[in-house]
Write a protein that binds this ligand. Structure first.
Ligand SMILES: [Cu+2]
Length: 169
């Protein structure tokens, strides 16, 4: 059922090895610091400015997770709300800035099940981070924060023509 291509979303930096993350330490160990430094340095080898930026961001995020394993992310404040309807997203073209969040709201009048599926995104974006867990018809919302600039193409995988585009600057 899921037929999206992975074009453009799988290019990320390789995870540095050499750190055994116990998940409880308050600060990076010396070994982890070195691994982070190395990973950041590897980012400089990326070809474009935006992919270097995305790479550095990913590295920081990855190592932040080690030192703050249990701290929940602050609630995202959506700057755009998308109505998920039978069978279209509205609005279906959205321009936001990096750090902004989008809220999808399933319309109460729906009869059809719908989902949000990322088809293409900029390098460094994990498609699974932008995927609804199921395909409900009504009664749910879905929020995602966009931290990597670029163009994101979404689709409901159940309705091939039900698409939308998010541009993050
Ligand atoms: Cu749908």
């Amino acid at each position: 059922m899921f037929m999206a291509t992975a074009a453009g979303v799988s290019a990320g930096a390789k995870a540095p090895d050499g750190h055994s993350s116990a998940g409880t330490s308050a600060a990076l160990t010396g070994k982890q610091k070195l691994a982070k430094k190395k990973a950041l340095k590897n980012c400089e080898r990326k070809n474009t400015r935006s992919s270097r930026h995305a790479c550095r961001k990913n590295v920081k995020k990855r190592f932040d997770r080690i030192t703050k394993p249990s701290k929940p992310a602050p609630p995202a404040v959506p700057v755009a709300t998308i109505d998920v309807r039978d069978d279209y997203f509205t609005p279906n073209v959205v321009d936001i800035r990096s750090g902004d969040s989008i809220l999808w709201v399933w319309d109460e009048l729906n009869h059809d099940p719908h989902n949000v599926t990322l088809v293409t995104g900029p390098p460094g974006v994990d498609r699974n981070d932008f995927q609804t867990a199921s395909s409900p018809a009504v009664g749910v919302t879905f929020t995602r924060k966009f931290t990597i600039p670029g163009t994101y193409t979404f689709r409901c995988s159940l309705h091939a023509f039900m698409g939308m585009t998010v541009t993050v600057s």
